[in-house]
Write a protein that binds this ligand. Structure first.
Ligand SMILES: [Zn+2]
Length: 537
């Protein structure tokens, strides 16, 4: 059969054990026709075949981020990016500079706040009131689990005291019952976020498209999107049918909260099979706990401040029922479970509902930041996917003074991001970024998975060295691991019949050091045999 495109003069890591290397790839009808050497030219070339000389560049299966929020991120990354700022004076200076540019009634927005900013100080509206000049202000912490609102923002949102939520969300109050400005978990902070002016549909579309193109430019060809609703699917449809389509393949989850009603279930089930050319649904995303940093992760034993005893669901039994409802309706289920007890409860629920979705893919657990030994073995025995983000260790301090480590005793902190143990146990592993929580650039994610320390700083502290992954294992986490987690059997490796999603690197990502990898140029990305991104020059 004649090829549409033949890539020649490449160093190819197929990640297919039966044929691990080749130098030529023939592509036709969006799929890989054949792999081998230049002999393929004689077999598959005709007058219309495009021959692309890659000049010795390295080809791997397309990188896929196993967990990110590119669409929600278009909204939550509005305003000042506080990434890397841990000094309170610099933080308030930035706020002041922003507030001075705004008129009355305009909102100060910011994201990517580090908990370290508030070490030894309360997360409070009072602490920013002077800097924001009394303007409404909404700031989101890097993990998307905590927000800080100014007094004016609280007033505009009608928040004057506490409130009961259908999940573990909380309006934090001071000793006399006034809101401090700290809002824990989405249902609480959405009250303020939804009061702030929203992007118009047109601007949202534009921002999402820009973000997806930036993502493609870092070598990604796909991602699992961990939140959405049927309106998100409408947006993806619009993006796909305008301009040049989606620059990354997306599997997009639908959300269900503890307070969601039967209408949500009906709407989600009705949207289950919606898809476009490069996106599809079929996934439900649930939360079973929050984050360790604020005491909202669900732990077998309380954290060092006596917290961690409750799940995101007031009745965890309802979570298990919800898993069953969606599994029976044909969905794959992904559950956010960070604390050891949340992970154990997610495994229980999956075992109860049947660990495989109708698609054949196992259900999946997201994050697994503190994984108990007995649950590691249960995870592996059941074949449940562990979807992890080792680059989230960038917020840990070597001396254990950070909010994550200090909330756990040393015994449990040693069970952090057990990527090496997960692989050794035989459980499937997918890697990702959770952007906008951390950088979407998979080269950074790969480097953290390999190094477990800050890339580019060889002297930096290495967290749990035994959990480091080899270059090959890390690459598998962002390719075969992430695509299998989605239930895709024809992606993630370069073999005849598979869809031709490829990442082309200036040099071999398996041969360069992890410190160099973060600067390794991406030559091009390809989806279904179409070149999506190409580096200039
Ligand atoms: Zn996430």
């Amino acid at each position: 059969m004649s090829a549409d495109t033949i890539l020649v003069n490449a160093r190819v890591h197929t990640l297919a054990p039966e044929h691990p290397h080749c130098d030529t790839i023939a592509i036709g009808g969006g799929r890989i026709l054949d792999i081998g050497d230049t002999g393929l030219l004689a077999a598959h070339r005709d007058g219309s075949t495009e021959i692309v000389d890659l000049g010795g560049a390295t080809v791997t299966p397309g990188l896929v981020d196993g967990h990110m929020h590119p669409i929600q991120g278009a909204e939550t990354t509005m305003g000042i990016d506080f990434g890397g700022i841990t000094d309170f004076a610099t933080f308030t200076e930035r706020l002041r500079a922003e507030a001075e540019c705004l008129g009355p009634g305009e909102w100060v927005r910011g994201w990517n706040l580090d908990y370290a900013l508030f070490a030894g100080r309360r997360i409070s509206a009072d602490s920013i009131e002077d800097a924001v000049h009394g303007l409404p202000c909404f700031l989101l912490f890097f993990d998307g689990h905590t927000a800080l609102a100014s007094h004016a923002a609280l007033r505009l949102a009608g928040i004057h005291g506490g409130r009961e939520f259908t999940d573990s969300s909380e309006i934090v109050l001071d000793s006399i019952g006034h809101p401090t400005g700290e809002l824990r978990e989405h249902t609480a902070y959405a009250l303020v976020a939804d009061t702030a002016p929203a992007l118009s549909a047109k601007r949202l579309r534009k921002r999402v498209r820009e973000i997806l193109y930036r993502i493609a430019g870092t070598g990604l060809t796909g991602a699992t999107v961990m939140n959405g609703d049927p309106a998100t699917f409408d947006l993806l449809d619009e993006l796909e049918h305008s301009g040049s389509g989606l620059p990354v393949r997306l599997m997009c989850g639908l959300g269900h909260q503890p307070g969601s009603d039967a209408d949500t279930v009906r709407a989600n089930i009705a949207a289950r099979d919606r898809h476009g050319e490069r996106w599809r649904g079929g996934l439900i995303k649930l939360f079973l706990d929050g984050v360790i940093d604020t005491g909202t992760a669900w732990l077998y034993e309380p954290d060092t401040q006596g917290m961690g005893g409750s799940s995101f669901w007031p009745d965890p039994g309802r979570y298990a029922e919800t898993v069953r409802t969606y599994a029976e309706a044909g969905f794959q289920v992904a559950t956010h479970a960070i604390g050891d007890r949340a992970i154990g409860a997610a495994i229980d629920a999956y075992l109860g509902a049947g660990v495989r979705a109708a698609s054949g893919a196992p259900h999946r657990i997201e994050h697994l930041e503190c994984l108990a030994e007995h649950d590691l073995h249960r995870l592996a025995a059941a074949g449940i996917t562990a979807s992890m983000q080792p680059l989230h260790m960038q917020w840990r301090a070597p001396d254990g003074s950070d909010s994550w480590t200090s909330r756990l005793d040393p015994r449990r902190a040693a069970l952090a991001w057990r990527t090496g143990d997960v692989l050794r146990s035989g459980a499937p592993l997918a890697l990702g970024s959770d952007w906008p929580v951390a950088q979407y650039d998979a080269r950074i994610g790969l480097a953290w998975a390999r190094l477990r320390r800050e890339p580019g700083h060889p002297d930096a502290h290495v967290f749990e060295p035994a959990q480091r992954l080899s270059a090959y294992e890390a690459l598998c986490g962002f390719t075969t691991g992430a695509t299998r987690a989605q239930g895709d059997t024809d992606l993630g490796s370069i073999r005849p019949g598979n869809r031709a999603d490829l990442t082309v690197w200036a040099q071999d990502p398996l041969a360069v050091s992890a410190d160099e990898l973060v600067h390794l140029p991406i030559h091009s990305t390809w989806i279904g045999g179409t070149r999506i991104y190409r580096a200039e020059n």
